[in-house]
Design a protein around this ligand. Structure first.
Ligand code: CA
Length: 232
């Protein structure tokens, strides 16, 4: 199986580019670096990359604009690596289709961990297809036809709302979903009160699927931003 290890780095800061190049190569990745958005889009049309690491402050365009353009034709995982640390910046990038967001300065270990999450997402997306009626992740199984979820072969007693939430996370496994995206998908709108409700539903869903809710393994919280189901 292809290990999905070709990384495209779109970053105008030469020091960070060098750091990424060195650390990625020493971890066995093949790396291509470009220093602006248009060169990044050109490289992506060549389809020679599996994962993109994207800076937001680029000389010729904003990274969010690049994400929007690329998402018109590609679902390649995009991990934003940016000095912008505000929730609004993260949300704008994620809502426009980024998979993940890492704030500079970052640790190389953390970067590698995020890349592995993206690699697992590609592999699971390749295994699943439109006709898939079952979702499997660790001990979790969702039978979309019967509309039943199982944990370790034990049927979970989920409310309709918990089931919808679980399916939404499962269908986007590996991707950080923002509060507004989730509430928009589930309730069709994004009122402040919906985010509060979402937290309540998420807490009750977690009690049913996580062995230890203080250390969740299936659903990660991204504080101020949203949630992600990890591919185990
Ligand atoms: Ca920059």
């Amino acid at each position: 199986m292809n290990s999905k290890n070709r990384i495209l780095v779109i970053e105008d800061d030469i020091q960070i580019r060098k750091l990424m190049m060195t650390s990625l190569k020493s971890n066995g990745y093949s790396v291509e670096c470009v220093s602006d958005g248009n060169a990044g889009i050109m490289a992506l049309t060549g389809a020679k990359a599996d994962i993109v690491l994207l800076d937001l402050g680029l000389p010729d365009m904003d990274g969010v604009e690049l994400i929007r353009k690329v998402r018109e034709w590609s679902q390649i995982p995009i991990i934003v690596v940016s000095a912008r640390s505000e929730d609004e910046d993260k949300i704008a990038a994620l809502d426009n289709g980024a998979d993940d967001y890492l704030v500079k300065p970052f640790s190389v270990d953390e970067l590698m961990a995020r890349i592995r999450v993206a690699q697992r997402r590609i592999l699971s997306a390749e295994m699943a297809d439109e006709t898939n009626t079952v979702f499997k992740n660790g001990d979790l199984l969702i039978d979309y036809v019967a509309r039943i979820a199982y944990l370790k072969d034990r049927e979970l007693s989920l409310t309709p709302m918990e089931y919808r939430l679980l399916c939404l996370l499962a269908k986007n496994v590996g991707k950080v979903l923002t509060y507004t995206f989730i509430t928009g998908q589930i309730w069709g709108n994004t009122l402040e009160s919906d985010v509060a409700s979402l937290r309540v539903f998420m807490a009750s869903l977690r009690k049913k699927i996580e062995v230890d809710t203080a250390h969740p393994v299936y659903i990660q919280t991204h504080i101020g931003t949203g949630y992600r189901m990890l591919k185990l």
